[in-house]
Design a protein around this ligand. Sequence first.
Ligand code: Z5A
Length: 213
Amino acid sequence: MSRGVFITLEGIEGAGKSTVVQWLGEWLRESGRTVRVTREPGGTELAEQVRRLVLEHGRERLSAEAETLLMFAARAIHLDNLIRPALAAGDWVVSDRFTDATRAYQGAGRGVDGAWIETIATRVHAGLAPDCTLLLDLPVAVGLARARARRGPADRIEAETEAFFERVRAGYLALELREPQRIRRIDATAAVPAVQAQVRAALAPWLTGAGRP
Ligand code: Z5A
Protein backbone atom coordinates (compact mmCIF):
# COMPACT_ATOMS: atom_id res chain seq x y z
CA MET A 1 0.00 0.00 0.00
CA SER A 2 1.35 3.47 -0.87
CA ARG A 3 1.70 5.97 1.93
CA GLY A 4 -1.07 8.52 2.48
CA VAL A 5 -0.79 12.22 1.71
CA PHE A 6 0.34 14.62 4.44
CA ILE A 7 -1.11 18.13 4.19
CA THR A 8 -0.36 20.89 6.69
CA LEU A 9 -1.87 24.34 7.17
CA GLU A 10 0.11 27.26 8.50
CA GLY A 11 -0.26 30.96 9.10
CA ILE A 12 -0.51 33.55 11.82
CA GLU A 13 -3.34 33.67 14.30
CA GLY A 14 -6.73 34.36 12.73
CA ALA A 15 -5.60 33.40 9.21
CA GLY A 16 -8.51 30.95 8.91
CA LYS A 17 -6.67 27.63 9.27
CA SER A 18 -9.29 25.98 11.48
CA THR A 19 -12.02 27.09 9.06
CA VAL A 20 -10.15 25.57 6.09
CA VAL A 21 -9.12 22.41 7.94
CA GLN A 22 -12.70 21.49 8.86
CA TRP A 23 -14.00 22.12 5.35
CA LEU A 24 -11.03 20.34 3.71
CA GLY A 25 -11.52 17.22 5.83
CA GLU A 26 -15.17 16.99 4.84
CA TRP A 27 -14.50 17.76 1.20
CA LEU A 28 -11.81 15.06 0.94
CA ARG A 29 -14.07 12.52 2.69
CA GLU A 30 -16.89 13.29 0.26
CA SER A 31 -14.49 12.42 -2.55
CA GLY A 32 -14.01 8.98 -0.96
CA ARG A 33 -10.73 9.46 0.86
CA THR A 34 -10.04 8.38 4.44
CA VAL A 35 -8.89 11.51 6.25
CA ARG A 36 -7.48 12.25 9.70
CA VAL A 37 -7.93 15.90 10.64
CA THR A 38 -5.63 16.91 13.46
CA ARG A 39 -3.72 19.82 14.96
CA GLU A 40 -0.50 20.87 16.68
CA PRO A 41 0.45 21.22 19.37
CA GLY A 42 -1.88 18.35 20.23
CA GLY A 43 -3.78 15.84 18.14
CA THR A 44 -3.61 12.95 20.64
CA GLU A 45 -4.62 12.71 24.30
CA LEU A 46 -1.09 13.05 25.64
CA ALA A 47 -0.01 15.67 23.10
CA GLU A 48 -3.08 17.75 24.04
CA GLN A 49 -1.83 17.71 27.64
CA VAL A 50 1.48 19.14 26.42
CA ARG A 51 -0.54 21.76 24.47
CA ARG A 52 -2.17 22.91 27.69
CA LEU A 53 1.23 23.11 29.43
CA VAL A 54 2.76 25.23 26.69
CA LEU A 55 -0.17 27.57 25.97
CA GLU A 56 -1.58 28.33 29.39
CA HIS A 57 -0.24 31.21 31.46
CA GLY A 58 1.81 29.70 34.28
CA ARG A 59 3.63 31.14 37.25
CA GLU A 60 7.02 29.88 36.10
CA ARG A 61 9.15 31.29 33.33
CA LEU A 62 9.08 29.26 30.12
CA SER A 63 12.11 30.08 27.98
CA ALA A 64 11.93 30.10 24.19
CA GLU A 65 14.09 26.96 24.21
CA ALA A 66 11.78 25.17 26.66
CA GLU A 67 8.80 26.21 24.52
CA THR A 68 10.55 24.79 21.43
CA LEU A 69 11.28 21.49 23.17
CA LEU A 70 7.67 21.18 24.36
CA MET A 71 6.44 21.77 20.79
CA PHE A 72 8.70 18.96 19.59
CA ALA A 73 7.72 16.68 22.50
CA ALA A 74 4.05 17.08 21.52
CA ARG A 75 5.02 16.52 17.87
CA ALA A 76 6.94 13.32 18.61
CA ILE A 77 3.90 11.92 20.45
CA HIS A 78 1.59 13.04 17.64
CA LEU A 79 3.83 11.43 15.01
CA ASP A 80 4.09 8.09 16.82
CA ASN A 81 0.43 7.76 17.71
CA LEU A 82 -1.41 9.39 14.83
CA ILE A 83 0.51 10.79 11.87
CA ARG A 84 2.85 7.90 11.01
CA PRO A 85 0.26 5.11 11.55
CA ALA A 86 -2.37 6.98 9.49
CA LEU A 87 0.04 7.66 6.61
CA ALA A 88 1.22 4.03 6.73
CA ALA A 89 -2.43 2.93 6.41
CA GLY A 90 -2.73 5.05 3.25
CA ASP A 91 -4.91 7.75 4.87
CA TRP A 92 -4.71 11.47 4.21
CA VAL A 93 -3.54 13.47 7.21
CA VAL A 94 -4.58 17.15 7.37
CA SER A 95 -2.82 18.91 10.23
CA ASP A 96 -3.48 22.42 11.50
CA ARG A 97 0.23 23.31 11.97
CA PHE A 98 3.45 21.25 12.06
CA THR A 99 7.20 22.01 12.18
CA ASP A 100 6.94 25.16 10.02
CA ALA A 101 5.08 26.69 13.00
CA THR A 102 8.14 26.05 15.19
CA ARG A 103 10.38 27.60 12.52
CA ALA A 104 8.12 30.66 12.28
CA TYR A 105 7.02 31.17 15.93
CA GLN A 106 10.01 29.96 17.95
CA GLY A 107 12.63 30.61 15.23
CA ALA A 108 11.59 33.88 13.56
CA GLY A 109 9.27 35.07 16.35
CA ARG A 110 11.33 34.27 19.46
CA GLY A 111 14.80 34.19 17.91
CA VAL A 112 15.57 30.53 18.68
CA ASP A 113 18.54 29.30 16.64
CA GLY A 114 17.30 27.90 13.32
CA ALA A 115 20.08 25.32 13.06
CA TRP A 116 19.13 23.94 16.49
CA ILE A 117 15.47 23.70 15.39
CA GLU A 118 16.52 21.79 12.27
CA THR A 119 18.68 19.43 14.33
CA ILE A 120 15.70 18.53 16.53
CA ALA A 121 13.36 18.31 13.53
CA THR A 122 15.73 15.85 11.86
CA ARG A 123 15.82 13.78 15.02
CA VAL A 124 12.04 13.81 15.51
CA HIS A 125 10.87 13.27 11.95
CA ALA A 126 13.79 12.40 9.69
CA GLY A 127 12.51 11.40 6.28
CA LEU A 128 9.03 12.79 6.86
CA ALA A 129 7.92 16.22 5.66
CA PRO A 130 4.49 17.44 4.61
CA ASP A 131 3.73 16.72 0.96
CA CYS A 132 2.04 20.08 0.66
CA THR A 133 1.81 23.01 3.08
CA LEU A 134 -0.90 25.61 2.61
CA LEU A 135 0.33 28.93 3.98
CA LEU A 136 -2.68 31.13 4.70
CA ASP A 137 -1.21 34.59 4.46
CA LEU A 138 -2.76 37.90 5.46
CA PRO A 139 -1.70 41.17 7.11
CA VAL A 140 -1.11 40.78 10.84
CA ALA A 141 -3.68 43.47 11.74
CA VAL A 142 -6.40 41.60 9.81
CA GLY A 143 -5.58 38.24 11.40
CA LEU A 144 -5.43 39.64 14.92
CA ALA A 145 -8.70 41.54 14.47
CA ARG A 146 -10.43 38.35 13.32
CA ALA A 147 -8.98 36.31 16.17
CA ARG A 148 -9.80 38.92 18.82
CA ALA A 149 -13.40 39.22 17.62
CA ARG A 150 -13.87 35.48 18.12
CA ARG A 151 -11.89 34.24 21.10
CA GLY A 152 -11.96 34.54 24.88
CA PRO A 153 -8.90 35.46 26.96
CA ALA A 154 -5.59 35.30 25.07
CA ASP A 155 -3.29 32.33 25.77
CA ARG A 156 0.47 32.76 26.32
CA ILE A 157 1.29 33.04 22.62
CA GLU A 158 -1.87 34.90 21.56
CA ALA A 159 -0.93 37.57 24.11
CA GLU A 160 2.23 38.41 22.13
CA THR A 161 2.78 41.82 20.50
CA GLU A 162 1.93 42.77 16.93
CA ALA A 163 5.70 43.05 16.26
CA PHE A 164 6.07 39.39 17.28
CA PHE A 165 3.37 38.33 14.78
CA GLU A 166 5.06 40.46 12.08
CA ARG A 167 8.27 38.46 12.63
CA VAL A 168 6.27 35.21 12.51
CA ARG A 169 4.60 36.22 9.24
CA ALA A 170 7.99 37.23 7.75
CA GLY A 171 9.36 33.87 8.91
CA TYR A 172 6.61 32.02 7.08
CA LEU A 173 7.16 34.05 3.89
CA ALA A 174 10.89 33.26 4.05
CA LEU A 175 10.06 29.54 4.35
CA GLU A 176 7.85 29.82 1.27
CA LEU A 177 10.76 31.34 -0.67
CA ARG A 178 13.03 28.53 0.52
CA GLU A 179 10.62 25.72 -0.41
CA PRO A 180 8.22 27.00 -3.08
CA GLN A 181 7.46 23.48 -4.32
CA ARG A 182 6.10 22.36 -0.96
CA ILE A 183 4.71 25.58 0.50
CA ARG A 184 1.82 27.14 -1.41
CA ARG A 185 0.77 30.62 -0.37
CA ILE A 186 -2.98 31.22 -0.15
CA ASP A 187 -4.43 34.75 -0.08
CA ALA A 188 -6.30 34.49 3.21
CA THR A 189 -7.82 37.98 2.92
CA ALA A 190 -10.24 36.54 0.34
CA ALA A 191 -13.76 35.42 1.28
CA VAL A 192 -14.09 31.80 2.44
CA PRO A 193 -15.29 30.37 -0.94
CA ALA A 194 -12.36 32.04 -2.73
CA VAL A 195 -9.94 30.65 -0.13
CA GLN A 196 -11.42 27.18 -0.70
CA ALA A 197 -10.96 27.56 -4.47
CA GLN A 198 -7.27 28.41 -3.97
CA VAL A 199 -6.85 25.38 -1.72
CA ARG A 200 -8.46 23.07 -4.29
CA ALA A 201 -6.12 24.45 -6.98
CA ALA A 202 -3.04 24.01 -4.76
CA LEU A 203 -3.98 20.40 -3.97
CA ALA A 204 -4.89 19.46 -7.55
CA PRO A 205 -1.69 17.43 -8.16
CA TRP A 206 -2.36 15.38 -5.03
CA LEU A 207 -5.99 14.83 -5.91
CA THR A 208 -5.14 13.49 -9.35
CA GLY A 209 -2.27 11.40 -7.99
CA ALA A 210 0.28 13.39 -10.04
CA GLY A 211 1.92 14.78 -6.90
CA ARG A 212 2.31 11.50 -5.02
CA PRO A 213 5.72 10.76 -3.48
N1 Z5A B 1 2.57 27.18 17.98
C1 Z5A B 1 3.92 27.48 18.12
O1 Z5A B 1 4.27 28.53 18.64
N2 Z5A B 1 4.83 26.58 17.68
C2 Z5A B 1 4.50 25.39 17.12
O2 Z5A B 1 5.37 24.59 16.76
C3 Z5A B 1 3.08 25.09 16.99
C4 Z5A B 1 2.18 26.02 17.43
C5 Z5A B 1 2.68 23.80 16.38
C6 Z5A B 1 -1.87 27.39 18.90
O3 Z5A B 1 -2.08 27.20 17.55
C7 Z5A B 1 -0.65 28.24 19.12
O4 Z5A B 1 0.51 27.43 19.11
C8 Z5A B 1 -0.46 29.27 18.06
C9 Z5A B 1 0.92 29.02 17.47
C10 Z5A B 1 1.58 28.15 18.50
N3 Z5A B 1 -0.50 30.54 18.72
N4 Z5A B 1 -0.81 31.60 18.21
N5 Z5A B 1 -1.07 32.61 17.91
P1 Z5A B 1 -3.54 27.17 16.94
O5 Z5A B 1 -3.35 26.96 15.48
O6 Z5A B 1 -4.36 26.21 17.68
O7 Z5A B 1 -4.11 28.63 17.30
P2 Z5A B 1 -4.21 29.91 16.47
O8 Z5A B 1 -3.21 30.17 15.44
O9 Z5A B 1 -4.32 30.92 17.52
O10 Z5A B 1 -5.53 29.62 15.63
P3 Z5A B 1 -6.74 30.54 15.46
O11 Z5A B 1 -6.65 31.85 16.13
O12 Z5A B 1 -7.91 29.67 15.79
O13 Z5A B 1 -6.67 30.93 13.94
P4 Z5A B 1 -7.12 30.17 12.65
O14 Z5A B 1 -7.42 28.74 12.92
O15 Z5A B 1 -6.11 30.47 11.63
O16 Z5A B 1 -8.47 30.94 12.26
P5 Z5A B 1 -10.02 30.48 12.30
O17 Z5A B 1 -10.38 30.07 13.70
O18 Z5A B 1 -10.32 29.57 11.18
O19 Z5A B 1 -10.67 31.88 11.95
C11 Z5A B 1 -10.59 32.99 12.81
C12 Z5A B 1 -11.86 33.85 12.63
O20 Z5A B 1 -11.87 34.39 11.32
C13 Z5A B 1 -13.18 33.07 12.79
O21 Z5A B 1 -14.13 33.89 13.36
C14 Z5A B 1 -13.57 32.72 11.35
O22 Z5A B 1 -14.95 32.58 11.18
C15 Z5A B 1 -13.04 33.94 10.61
N6 Z5A B 1 -12.61 33.64 9.24
C16 Z5A B 1 -11.99 32.51 8.80
N7 Z5A B 1 -11.74 32.58 7.48
C17 Z5A B 1 -12.20 33.80 7.07
C18 Z5A B 1 -12.21 34.47 5.80
N8 Z5A B 1 -11.69 33.93 4.70
N9 Z5A B 1 -12.76 35.70 5.75
C19 Z5A B 1 -13.28 36.29 6.87
N10 Z5A B 1 -13.29 35.70 8.09
C20 Z5A B 1 -12.76 34.48 8.19
